[in-house]
Design a protein around this ligand. Structure first.
Ligand SMILES: Nc1ncnc2c1ncn2[C@@H]1O[C@H](COP(=O)(O)OP(=O)(O)OP(=O)(O)O)[C@@H](O)[C@H]1O
Ligand SMILES: [Mg+2]
Length: 327
């Protein structure tokens, strides 16, 4: 198996105390899209910044396309592309001028640069607006320009830090199309960070969940879902007493009380178990405020391994909690 990236116990401690990345070890296969999923502050950008040479690791090591992060940093710069979380393109320049600027940075010969710029502009569907100032691009167009900039040096490895952050759902899905096309046409390895579960689920061949600077679980989306070993029933009850009673429910493989107070129960087959659960509840005089049944999803995977909801977008917001805090 050929790995494009091998990370060994990479760690970043800021100001001697904030452990932003905590001994992360990962192997990323050549030519795949690898997702790093985590909440705000999980350490995603810090990890990317270390791998792209803009931040010095506190300890640990990494190899990118066989090159050592410390010893071959110049080589790594040549063969990697990066689209940082914050916009880097210049709004006062046109899309094409922005790409020219990057080409100059990499000393790409003029003729080759111009050809490549046209290919990239076509690829991200910005050719028709190539001479418009970037500040007049829509959010999605601007992100596509950033993507093209990251590809200017024909990288072997491309880092995308939150490529669709802040865009509306339709525009985000639209951008996925370009990310897939880049991977397919150039056959490069893409490392993508996101706190959008659907994004990682849709794009990544493999993923890791990163929480408080640590990798908590890695695998394909299917493997992670299967690792849950069952359907999840979430019950909202009034008190701890009901939780104690529910622990006696024989069909529950596992039962937990969440930080939110909800009871999270794993069962083999929710379709079969639900009627039994209803009987059990009424038999014990329990009437939950709500019952929610879910088949294994990446949301559930995230909750399982971090103990929390990712809470990053409307679809994942705990509405009941939101209502409570708003009241
Ligand atoms: N330059 C810095 N100095 C001190 N602390 C920092 C610095 N950069 C990041 N941190 C801290 O490191 C932790 C990880 O931050 P990081 O930006 O890597 O998270 P992230 O997963 O990219 O979050 P987001 O989803 O918000 O982009 C946070 O606690 C952050 O406050
Ligand atoms: Mg970040």
């Amino acid at each position: 198996m050929e790995y494009s990236i091998e990370i060994d116990k990479l760690t970043k401690i800021f100001n001697g105390k904030v452990k932003a990345v905590d001994a992360v070890s990962l192997k990323i296969k050549k030519g795949e899209i690898y997702g790093l999923l985590g909440q705000n502050g999980a350490g995603k950008s810090t990890l990317i910044k270390m791998l792209t040479g803009s931040l010095k690791p506190t300890s640990g090591s990494a190899k990118i396309a066989g090159f050592d992060l410390m010893d071959d940093s110049m080589k790594i710069r040549r063969i990697t592309g990066v689209v940082p979380q914050d916009l880097t393109t210049d709004g006062d320049l046109s899309g094409r001028e922005n790409l020219k600027l990057i080409a100059d940075l990499y000393d790409i010969p003029k003729k080759e640069a111009l050809e490549r710029i046209d290919v990239l502009l076509h690829m991200v569907d910005l050719y028709d607006v190539r001479d418009r100032h970037a500040e007049n691009y829509s959010g999605g167009m601007r992100k596509r320009l950033e993507l093209a900039c990251g590809l200017m040096n024909t990288p072997e490895v491309l880092f995308l830090d939150e490529p669709t952050l802040g865009l509306d759902v339709t525009t985000r899905e639209h951008l996925w199309k370009y990310i897939r096309a880049v991977q397919k046409e150039f056959g490069i390895t893409i490392i993508l960070t996101s706190h959008y579960l659907d994004e990682v689920d849709a794009l990544a061949n493999e993923l890791s969940i990163i929480d408080h600077g640590k990798i908590v679980i890695s695998g394909t989306s299917d493997e992670l879902k299967k690792s849950l070993k069952g359907d999840i029933i979430t019950l909202r009850v009034k008190s701890n007493k009901e939780y104690e009673v529910l622990q006696g429910f024989p069909e529950a493989i596992e039962i937990k009380r969440m930080e939110t107070g909800d009871i999270r129960m794993k069962v083999n087959n929710s379709d079969e178990v639900l009627p039994k659960l209803m009987k059990f509840l009424s038999g014990h005089g329990i009437s939950p405020e709500s019952i929610n049944i879910r088949k294994p999803s990446l949301d559930e995977v995230f909750i399982e391994y971090t103990g929390r909801n990712i809470d990053s977008e409307a679809g994942n917001v705990d509405y009941a909690k939101l209502m409570m805090t708003r009241r």
